[in-house]
Unconditional design. Structure first.
Length: 247
């Protein structure tokens, strides 16, 4: 009897667990995100919406460059091969300088999700080597917008972790194994800062999953759970009753 009641409680607990998340692909293309040229206003924001597991997820993308240990806003362009960055030192972005690169300064793109997610993949279009650093943390849009012209340490305070993904000069999709890393703020930056091969790429797409959340049990599930717990408790009390003896 105790085993049967325990099975009922166990089944109810399993019903409360959140299902595994499926990977959602967010592709960056000029459709709906027109450019006026290779360069534009620094600090512009590109907003995307995608349906993930039946929920509409909003993502805000920004371009940045690190110059003299200072984070500066840059122009984020969208092209046929993905997102690219043109910083203020690269003129009009010609000669494939409108990429995420580390020629002189280190470019990066931040992605602000409206909820916590896990990054699972990225497609990088190669314009050189494709070593990339992945960073993640949590921040509000106001905090991210205020990072312009701030020391890199200010941005680092919002980040919880980083991962280096080394690549080659070939375009392709790359699976990311970041364990249980989650956050609503993600960044893809160039360079491993060890080799001397210049890195340059555009970000064509990213794949992500929603961070797991505890599911809200249905009323029938609550009933099963309470039945199991009360049943186990009743048996435990009966077993613990003292045995009375009479002389």
């Amino acid at each position: 009897m105790l085993k049967q009641i325990s099975l009922v409680a166990g089944a109810a607990l399993m019903a409360c667990a959140a299902p595994a998340s499926a990977t959602t692909l967010l592709t960056f293309s000029p459709a709906g995100q027109p450019n006026t040229g290779l360069d534009g206003p620094d600090g512009n924001v590109r907003t995307y919406s995608v349906v993930a597991e039946g929920q509409t997820v909003t993502v805000r993308a920004r371009g940045w460059t690190i110059d003299n240990n200072t984070l500066r806003a840059a122009f984020l362009g969208t092209y046929s091969n993905g997102l690219g960055v043109t910083n203020s030192l690269e003129g009009n972005g010609s000669g494939n300088t409108h990429t995420v690169d580390n020629s002189g300064t280190v470019d990066l793109v931040t992605f602000e999700f409206d909820r916590a997610v896990s990054l699972k993949s990225m497609f990088l279009s190669a314009y050189g080597d494709t070593d990339a650093q992945i960073l993640w943390g949590n921040a509000t849009s106001a905090q991210v917008a205020a990072l312009g012209n701030q020391p890199v340490a200010t941005a680092s305070a919002l980040l919880l972790g980083s991962f280096m993904s080394n690549g080659t000069n070939t375009s392709g999709n790359r699976t990311l194994d970041l364990g249980n890393a989650t956050g609503n703020l993600w960044a893809i930056s160039t360079g491993n800062f060890v080799d001397t091969t210049p890195d340059a790429f555009k970000i064509r797409s990213i794949g992500f999953t929603l961070a797991p959340t505890a599911a809200v049990p249905e009323p029938s599930t609550w009933a099963m759970l309470l039945l199991g717990f009360f049943g186990v408790g009743g048996l435990m009390r009966r077993r613990q009753q003292p045995v009375l003896t009479y002389a």
